[in-house]
Design a protein around this ligand. Structure first.
Ligand SMILES: Cc1cc2nc3c(=O)[nH]c(=O)nc-3n(C[C@H](O)[C@H](O)[C@H](O)COP(=O)(O)OP(=O)(O)OC[C@H]3O[C@@H](n4cnc5c(N)ncnc54)[C@H](O)[C@@H]3O)c2cc1C
Length: 506
């Protein structure tokens, strides 16, 4: 049950923004996360400074790369914002045309190639896109002030070049019950009180990607709502260091390898993803940062539009797929097997699967349509097809990579054994593949494949592909809704020369 803590100071939006200074470089970004005093637990310990923690740092590096790409390749990773009449990081840009969505997808693929993991910025990007039209539509119906508040927030976000994380998924408790029917009302995040200056929320957001690495977290509903769920129909912007937030870090397979010395066994020592359970205990949001409060009938279109953007954003996995294809081709070479026809054919199949994902995403962006608020939204059917491909094809691509790697990817001794005076020479002798390839190169490539298919970054490449932006059934429901069977039956009946007999129902 909700416990109301002694009233905290109710900061205004301006006071909250006053704590920020514009971020210009990747290093600025890393420094902006220091000394925030956030409450974070990892493996039973309260972490004093997450930025320097070896398990956490690779996830920060992945977000840093989104700033570095904007510096290194501004054509790809920045865009002109009409809101502030200046270039902004493309992860903060609102969608003005189908071409914007295409460029976004290209950037996402590139980020996947650079990091080999989840770079944690897409949910926030897709949230700012969906809020443009949803706040507009709510204002049109109810005369609420949400759209202007949203624009004001976004201008500040662009000026300060911040990271926005998105919390849509609540813990959800008993899946057969609606939010207000849960035995514990906090199993979905909800408003627990309102004051003159703002409102307070309590509950939690699960699986939050990059939440701890974000400057702001947007909270929003995870499913359609009824009138009885009104207090759960809330959208607001919460600073990542707000009073009342607790982050509990998710474990990843092989995560403690980050605590070991040496970088080989880590597979991808530089980059990793991050998910946390973010607990909200009576967290204050000033009215200027509240973008929905009780307009429950807008929860459903909000989720649907968010998923239209976000399911095409899973194009990022093609960047990781490119890494997998490259790793599989490399290890085949290092093993001396690359000339075999079945190896070439498997690389062709991996590429075909990967490009199939890309084609559905990019088509969804090219087919985007304008919304009344003035921005564009991905074609919903093609975005759902993209995400549905993503729930399956990376697993198949990973299987091929493991096939080409050989069993050594799971039986290889540790770097410490390679470095040891007694075992090192034996391992170098017996794990030599092609004579001109150093054993260390072969070992590193095997560890990368392990990392992406069984280790820390299998979270980003495989399970996130399955469940992120909704489990497979969520896409099948959307495909069912959009597949227009009656129209298609009409085509068939017409060609077959069938004339339907009118019934009373007609
Ligand atoms: C790596 C990762 C990163 C993520 N990042 C974010 C993020 O940044 N922000 C965010 O908000 N969310 C995030 N998510 C959450 C993601 O959207 C959810 O995992 C997804 O919606 C599935 O929900 P769930 O995990 O609670 O699984 P469940 O809902 O428990 O689903 C498990 C199975 O049960 C089925 N099921 C569930 N409910 C029902 C029902 N009522 N009737 C019939 N079948 C049902 C599902 O179809 C599925 O097969 C992330 C998830 C992962 C794995």
């Amino acid at each position: 049950m909700t416990t109301i803590k002694p009233t905290q100071r109710e900061e205004t939006a301006a006071e909250r923004w006053a704590r920020f200074s514009p971020i210009r470089t990747g290093d600025d970004y890393v420094n902006s996360l220091r000394d925030r005093g956030v409450t974070v637990y990892l493996m039973g310990e309260k972490i004093a400074e997450p930025v320097d923690h070896p398990i956490i740092r690779p996830s920060i590096n992945a977000l840093q790369a989104t700033y570095d790409l904007a510096t290194d390749n501004p054509e790809l990773a920045t865009a002109h914002s009409p809101l502030i009449n200046a270039p902004v990081n493309r992860f903060l840009h609102i969608v003005e045309s189908p071409q914007d969505l295409v460029m976004k997808n290209r950037m996402q693929r590139r980020m996947g190639q650079i990091t080999g993991t989840c770079f944690q910025r897409c949910a926030g990007l897709d949230t700012i896109s969906v809020l443009h039209s949803i706040t507009y539509d709510m204002d049109k119906k109810y005369g609420t002030p949400y759209h202007q508040r949203y624009l004001d927030f976004l201008c500040e976000a662009q000026r300060n070049n911040v990271i926005i994380g998105a919390g849509m998924t609540d813990p959800k408790g008993d899946r057969s019950k609606r939010p207000h029917e849960q035995a514990d009302p906090d199993l979905f995040l909800h408003v627990n009180r309102r004051t003159e200056k703002g409102l307070y929320v309590t509950g939690a957001k699960a699986h939050m990607t990059g939440g701890l690495n974000s400057h702001w977290i947007c909270i929003m509903p995870t499913m359609n709502m009824t009138e009885a769920d009104k207090d759960y129909a809330v959208v607001g912007m919460v600073p990542g260091d707000a009073v009342g937030l607790t982050y509990i870090y998710g474990r990843q397979s092989c995560d403690t390898r980050a605590l070991e010395s040496g970088d080989i066994d880590k597979g991808n020592a530089r980059f990793g993803g991050q998910e946390t359970l973010v607990v909200f205990e009576d967290v204050f949001i000033p009215w200027e940062h509240v973008l929905m409060d009780g307009e429950y009938e807008f929860a459903q279109p909000m989720v649907a539009r968010f998923t239209a953007y976000h399911r095409a954003s899973y194009v990022c996995k093609t960047g990781l797929g490119d890494v997998m294809v490259g790793a599989a081709a490399s290890i085949a070479e290092y093993n001396g097997a690359d000339a075999a026809s079945h190896i070439k054919d498997k690389l062709v199949e991996m590429t075909h699967l990967n490009e199939t994902i890309y084609s559905s995403a990019i088509a969804s962006s090219h087919e985007a349509q304008p919304l009344e608020s003035g921005i564009y939204m991905n074609d919903e059917m093609l975005a759902n097809v993209c995400k549905h491909n993503v729930t399956r094809f990376p697993y198949e691509i990973a299987r091929f990579a493991q096939d080409l790697a050989g069993g050594l990817m799971v039986t290889l001794p540790s770097q410490a054994d390679f470095d040891h005076e007694s075992t090192g020479p034996l391992l170098h002798k017996y794990f030599q593949g092609r004579p001109d390839i150093p054993v260390e190169s072969r070992t590193r490539m095997l560890r990368l494949i392990e990392n992406m298919t069984l280790g820390r970054n299998a979270v980003g490449y495989l399970t996130e592909s399955l469940h992120g932006a909704g489990s497979p059934q969520a896409q099948r429901i959307q495909i069912l809704r959009g597949m227009e069977l009656e129209r298609k039956k009409g085509y068939a009946q017409d060609l077959a020369g069938i004339t339907l007999i009118a019934t009373d129902a007609d």
